[in-house]
Design a protein around this ligand. Structure first.
Ligand code: ZN
Length: 281
């Protein structure tokens, strides 16, 4: 029994040694050999071209993300000001309407706060008196497009029209040519940034979002702002509603929020003050 077991073990070991020392097959050797190619030339009459165009033409590289665009165009595309001195800027978008905007202006007046309003051109056309009131009360205005279009989704000519038409309307109402623009939804393409830069305008987005467009309570609006605030912050709020939008929380949050910021020795300033840049041409 013992002899049989030993013989079997020895045969197994012998086979194993044979297997390991087996020479490599010629196919494996050939595989590592470099192929010799004919010189590059395409006979187009034999190989039909791609009907939809070359891959490199049709499959354009993915556009940069907003974060990458901000980094690439940091002198044109801004989200906040310098961290010192201790200052922040309140901004109100989508203005004017004839209900919420006057209430916000009343509240800011009582609090002695100057803010920055981003106006929608077609709303400014409907309420020019409220735009004039903003300027007369020391606030700053910037361009928020003519119809609140999602700019990267529209063609070049329509994009320029959105900006220039609003510029003309505001020039007629106030005599001023705005140098700040906030793209609706914060969305803008690389080509649009280049065009805005060529006009010496600045894109002003934000780094603190109140999310007030969700119809939040005053406490929720205030918590969203105060929990994210830091010196140099640009705060996004809304100063006019669309159909069914309620900005009561935005207005009611202002007095206690401003008091709290001032208790922390944080000054409330406009965008041109925060950034040390001119607001108008
Ligand atoms: Zn907007």
């Amino acid at each position: 029994m013992r002899i049989i077991r030993t013989t079997l073990l020895l045969s197994f070991l012998f086979m194993l040694v044979l297997g390991c020392s087996k020479p490599q097959t010629p196919e494996v050797k050939n595989f590592s050999k470099p192929h010799t190619l004919r010189p590059f030339s395409m006979n187009e009459s034999v190989t039909p071209d791609l009907a939809g165009g070359k891959e490199s033409h049709v499959r354009k590289p993915e556009p940069l993300t907003l974060a990458e665009l901000r980094a690439k165009y940091s002198s044109t595309f801004l989200l906040h000001g310098p961290p010192a001195p201790k200052r922040i800027a309140l901004t109100f978008d989508d203005v004017p309407d004839d209900y919420f905007t006057p209430l916000i202006l009343d509240t800011l007046k009582q609090l002695h706060v100057k803010a920055t309003f981003f106006v929608v051109g077609n709303r400014a056309e409907s309420h020019p008196d409220i735009v004039r009131r903003m300027i007369n009360e020391g606030h700053i205005i910037g361009n928020h497009s003519y119809s609140h279009a999602n700019l990267p989704k529209i063609v070049d000519s329509a994009f320029r029209d959105e900006v220039l038409r609003t510029e003309d309307i505001i020039k007629k109402i106030t005599g001023k040519t705005m140098l700040f623009i906030r793209p609706p939804y914060g969305n803008v393409s690389e080509d649009q940034i280049k065009w805005i830069a060529s006009k010496h305008m600045k894109i002003i987005n934000w780094n603190v979002d109140s999310l007030d467009w969700k119809g939040l309570s005053a406490d929720q609006v205030k918590a969203n702002i105060m929990s994210n605030i830091s010196s140099g912050a640009i705060v996004l709020q809304h100063g006019a509603g669309g159909v069914g939008e309620d900005l009561t929380g935005t207005i009611e949050a202002l007095p206690s929020m401003v008091a709290e910021l001032r208790a922390q020795n944080i000054e409330l300033v406009t965008i041109p003050e925060l950034l040390h840049k001119p607001a108008y041409r």
